[in-house]
Design a binder for this molecule. Structure first.
Ligand code: HMG
Ligand code: MG
Length: 304
């Protein structure tokens, strides 16, 4: 096996946030809380719970406070939330997140569509957020969207990713997500985006965040593992999508990633059966099958 491949992987389930933000049907706070509880029960040590963004832009996340304050927190589990600006940070900090996430884009057009400002303006907005969080002892992650492709600009060069990573490093962001927002990446392209990021951040500070629109997310995960990356974001039941990236589907399903990793002898600390239960719970509420081949296979096996 490639010697870079890690023995252990840490997964951040972003289902409650990235997964649900794009759902048209309002999902009550108690269901979101139930999902977080099931994820932590399954052994997830990091959960991206919600975002403090404009409720006009993303109505599904308007219940951020109810969700964060309703969770029965488990020691050893970290709860992160998205904060695009100081207004979001000031609301979030009341709910004691372990980590806040500022989110920028490697492409200008997506930055405008998603957060209504240029890349340079976004860094100006993030800087005081990062400073406030770090002086309050809250960790700071930076999500980097469109690191291989953009729904408005097409292919994105690795240099753009390196440029954004350098800007985020410069304002004190502690770790970053290399996101394939619209799931168009393929393994070599994803590796180039990660390598550009590694010019600014250490290996343990870089995570992969792959949407599965074109069915490449597991292959891209393996490609990232080959570079030694050991932090990944995924959504239980393959939930998700970004409202400002038309046509983009969910993140790679956590169940599929866990099945692959365990099959490779890589430890995650996650109980796949309980994870499948968590996915079945939210899929049941949404009245659909989990968007995870592994979950569907295991549920069929249980039923049979
Ligand atoms: P804006 O309109 O430029 O902001 O939006 P503004 O400062 O001019 O304020 C306009 C109004 O929004 C005001 O209210 C503010 O109070 C309010 P009004 O006076 O009109 O009633 N406002 C806020 N309300 C609540 N929370 C806030 C906040 N800020 C301002 N934090 C803004 C700028 C960033 C707020 C807006 O563009 C927005 O909310 N965008 C949402 C973006 C989003 O959530 N996208 C999805 C998450 S990112 C993602 O999914 C990608 C990721 O998964 C990685 C990947 O896959 O690529 C992370
Ligand atoms: Mg995403």
């Amino acid at each position: 096996m490639n010697p870079n491949i890690p023995a252990r992987v840490r997964l951040i389930d972003v289902g409650p946030r990235d997964g649900l933000q794009n759902e048209k049907m309002p999902v009550p706070a108690e269901i979101k809380i139930g999902l977080v509880h099931r994820l932590q029960e399954a052994g997830l040590q990091e959960i991206e719970v919600t975002s403090y963004v404009s409720p006009k832009w993303v109505p599904q996340m308007a219940d951020n406070h109810d969700v964060m304050s309703g969770i029965a927190r488990v020691p050893g589990v970290d709860y992160s939330v998205l904060t695009p600006n100081l207004k979001g940070y000031e609301a979030a900090v009341q709910d004691r997140p372990d980590e806040i996430v500022v989110f920028g884009s490697a492409s200008e057009a997506f930055s405008q569509k998603n957060i209504n400002c240029s890349i340079a303006e976004s860094i100006e907005r993030f800087a005081p957020v990062v400073e406030a969080a770090r002086s309050a002892g809250i960790r700071v992650r930076g999500a980097m969207s469109c690191t291989v492709g953009c729904p408005y600009e097409g292919e994105v060069a690795p240099e753009r990713v390196g440029y954004l990573a350098g800007l985020l490093k410069g304002i004190g962001v502690q770790r970053v997500d290399v996101a394939d927002t619209i799931g168009v990446g393929t393994p070599r392209k994803v590796q180039r985006a990660i390598e550009a990021t590694l010019a600014h951040f250490a290996l343990h500070e870089v995570s992969g965040h792959f949407h599965d629109t074109y069915g490449q997310a597991l292959s891209n995960t393996l490609a990232a593992l080959e570079l030694g990356v050991w932090n990944f974001q995924s959504s239980v039941a393959g939930l998700g999508g970004c409202p400002y990236a038309k046509g983009a589907t969910g993140n790679v399903a956590t169940e599929d990633v866990v099945y692959m990793l365990h099959g490779m002898g890589i430890d995650t600390g996650i109980d796949l059966d309980k994870l499948v239960d968590a996915g079945a719970y939210i899929s049941g509420f949404l009245d659909r099958k989990p968007n995870s081949r592994v979950a569907v296979a295991l549920l069929n096996k249980r039923a049979g």
